[in-house]
Design a protein around this ligand. Sequence first.
Ligand SMILES: [Zn+2]
Length: 323
Amino acid sequence: MADKKLIGVDLGGTTIKFAILTLEGEIQQRWSIDTNILDDGTHIVPDIVDSINHHLSLYQMDAEDFLGIGMGSPGSVDLQAGTVTGAFNLNWKTLQYVKRDIEAGTGITFTIDNDANVAALGERWKGAGENEANVIFITLGTGVGGGLIADGHLLHGVAGSGGEIGHVTVQPNGYLCTCGKRGCLETVASATGVVRVARDMAEEYSGDSKLKATLDDGDEISSKIVFDLAKANDPLALMVVDRVTNYLGLALANAANLLNPAFIVIGGGVSAAGDFLLTRVDKAFKTNTFPNVRETTHLRLATLGNEAGVIGAASLAKAAVNG
Ligand SMILES: [Zn+2]
C-alpha cells in the first residue's frame, strides 16, 4: 500500500481540477478541464472518467496504482450513496449517481463530500490547520461556506448541513439571505455582502469619501475595492470594513465558544485582504470569546489557495480506506 497514490478532484461550475498525490499529500501531477454544464450537466461525469483514464495512460499508471479517488462537489451530497442533487451551477437538478458511474468508469474506489468540507480537509491536512484534530474552516467568496473538523472528523449533522457557518445569524431581522432567512453572516461577509453593506452605509454617510463618490457616480464596486480604499484610509470604507469584520468576529467567536478548535482558517476571495482583514476580525473575535477559548483558539489565513480542493479531496479518499 505504501507506494499507492491518491486522486483528488475539485468539481466547480467553470473548471474541474484534478491531481495525483502521494499518501503524504504531495501533489505529483495536476491538470484541469472546463466544466461542460450543457444538456443538464450530463457530460460532467463522463468527462471526469475520460480525463482520469486519459491521464493514467499518459503516465503509464492503472487503477491498481491508486488507493482511491476523492471529490468535492457543489450541491447536496449523499455521502453513503455517493449521489449529488441540487447543484445548480452544474445544471444538476436531479439525482446524479456520481460514485456509481465514476467507479464503473475507472475501476477505482470513489468517495465524495461537499466542496466546502473538502476545502476544510485540505487546509487542515496540508495548509494553515497544521493537521490539528480540531479545525474550523470558513471561505469568504461569492457566498460564505465552511467546514467543521472536530476530534479529527468532519461534522455533517443529521442532514448534511453541519458547518454551514454562512447561515449563522449575526443580525436578527437583517438582510434577506438566499436561504430565505434574514441576517445570515453570508449577507454581510460574502463578496456581495461587503458591497451591500457599503451601499447602505454610503446612503447615510455625508463626509468626504472616495468610496461614497464612486457609488454616487454609479460606478461598480467590489469587496476588493472596499478593502483597498480602507487600506488607503478612506473613512467610509473603514466604517464598512469595521462593520463586516465585527460580524465575522462575532460569528467565529461563537463557533469557537462551541467547538474550541486549535485554528479557525479563513479562505476565499475576500480573505485576499490579508492581515488587514485578519487583525480586525481577531479584535472582534477576542471580544466575544470566553478566556479559555480566547487563549487557545487562533485565527489564521488559508495558505493553499486553489489547491485546497484537490488536496482535501485526496485526504477524503485516504480516510475512506484508513477509517
Ligand atoms: Zn442564509
